[in-house]
Design a protein around this ligand. Structure first.
Ligand code: CA
Length: 439
């Protein structure tokens, strides 16, 4: 039997708190899960620094990836025999679902920002490069790894397959919303996925939703909206991420300085600082490694690096004020000067952080990030864009919300010896609004 058709003698199941069970019957999927590049995802948390806000949020990209695979498996099971669905695309869809996050590094967002990395690029490289995952995919067919990479990059010709994994209602989002809700313990993020799966239909190049399932989809869109603002952009999580980013900035600065010697050289980071990291080096960096450095760097002679690491490890976070960059940049300039006068480097200790989200959007061709809208399949077989049928979705459709915050270490400001300087800084901060705690 061809490798692509090989089935396990007995179905394997993973116990999963969100989907109850994750079912694996294909030999290819089973082998991919066992590959070192996939096992690595156990050592990368799905939500980075969110566990400092919601202590339950320790779940990994490994469990999320299995979850996305399971949802796609169930969707395809329902599609079997329907017009427009080509069952030859089954294994390809399952592999792309399983591997879609393979290139995520530790604390993805901070690392990508500081080192100008792109996890999507690394996902592609792991799939088409010299890896165990590639070896397994090549056994299916020589061109198969590239096909999987194309589905994940959204360039694959069969857009129906692409839409299973990336659209405004896809298996990726359906898994992370429920999984992140479960592990953070918040009451948002829940919606009736079973119902949505039952009303999904393949139509030519996209997945549509039977109009009878509209309310379940509304619930899903609102869940997403609430999760972004209540969990993903939580100001405490952002504060930890600001500190993490600054640790990496500082380590890079010291690495490039001629007159500084680390007690623990940043060996695992070196090729990232010089932007020359190989795929192998990329795969070696996981969160366990990062925590080890941060733990050790608390002892470094550089007071900024040791302080920031100590803050991160012991959750001594920055406080913040709400901030409008269009109106308050003058105050930031003044604060920067006062910080310098107090010998607190504003580059590391006065940080503007912005979050923005677009909860749902109808189709706007040619825009920077084109989003395919969700279509309802009406009883007369017409397609209708969701926000034209749902008042709830219409209300938030196309509305981008952006928040800016200014972060700083209040405890450090309290320690300023020069009373006059301290009062000047506090006066500006208090004048801008209430100082928000991050406890
Ligand atoms: Ca994902």
């Amino acid at each position: 039997m061809a490798y692509k058709d090989e089935q396990l003698h007995e179905e394997k199941v993973f116990k999963d708190p969100v989907h109850r069970y994750i079912h694996v019957k294909d030999r290819v999927i089973w082998d991919l899960i066992a590959a070192p590049e996939f096992q690595r995802l156990r050592r990368i948390k799905q939500l980075g620094t969110t566990n400092l806000t919601f202590h339950g949020a320790e779940h990994s990209r490994f469990s999320h990836s299995l979850g996305v695979y399971e949802i796609v498996r169930r969707i395809i099971y329902n599609f079997k025999g329907r017009r427009h669905w080509n069952d030859d695309e089954r294994l390809l869809s399952l592999c792309a679902a399983l591997l879609h996050d393979l290139g995520h590094g530790p604390f993805s967002h901070s690392f990508e920002k500081v080192f100008k990395l792109d996890h999507e690029y690394y996902t592609q490289q792991i799939i088409i490069g010299d890896t165990k995952v590639n070896e397994i995919l090549r056994r299916v067919a020589p061109g198969f790894p590239q096909k999987v990479a194309d589905v994940i990059a959204k360039t694959y010709e069969d857009k129906l397959v692409v839409s299973l994994i990336s659209s405004q209602i896809d298996a990726d989002r359906m898994d992370y919303l429920q999984r992140d809700a479960y592990f953070t313990g918040v009451s948002y993020g829940h919606f009736d996925m079973e119902r949505i799966l039952r009303v999904m239909r393949p139509i030519e190049d996209q997945v549509v939703i039977k109009s009878t399932g509209m309310h379940a989809v509304e619930d899903y869109i609102m869940s997403r909206y609430q999760m972004y603002w209540q969990v993903y952009f939580h100001p405490v999580t952002r504060s930890a991420e600001v500190i993490l980013t600054k640790i990496l900035d500082r380590a890079k600065h010291l690495f490039e300085a001629d007159d500084f010697t680390f007690k623990l050289e940043p060996t695992h980071f070196a090729s990232f600082f010089t932007r020359s990291a190989t795929l192998d080096e990329y795969l070696k960096l996981d969160e366990a490694v990062v925590y080890y450095y941060f733990q050790q760097w608390q002892e470094e002679d550089d007071v900024i690096l040791s302080d920031l690491c100590e803050r991160f490890m012991n959750r001594r976070l920055f406080k913040y004020i709400e901030f409008d960059p269009n109106k308050q940049m003058g105050e930031v300039k003044a604060l920067q000067q006062l910080f310098r006068a107090a010998d607190i480097d504003p580059k590391y200790y006065l940080v503007i952080d912005s979050s923005s989200d677009l909860p749902y959007d109808f189709y706007r061709p040619g825009e920077e990030e084109e989003r395919l809208p969700i279509h309802l399949l009406m009883p007369n077989n017409e397609l209708r864009e969701l926000s034209r049928q749902s008042d709830i979705v219409e209300a938030i459709s196309g509305k981008k919300r952006t928040d800016h915050k200014l972060y700083f270490p209040m405890d450090k400001l309290e320690e300023i010896k020069d009373e006059d300087l301290k009062q000047q800084i506090k006066a500006i901060l208090y004048d801008q609004g209430e100082i928000q705690d991050v406890e």
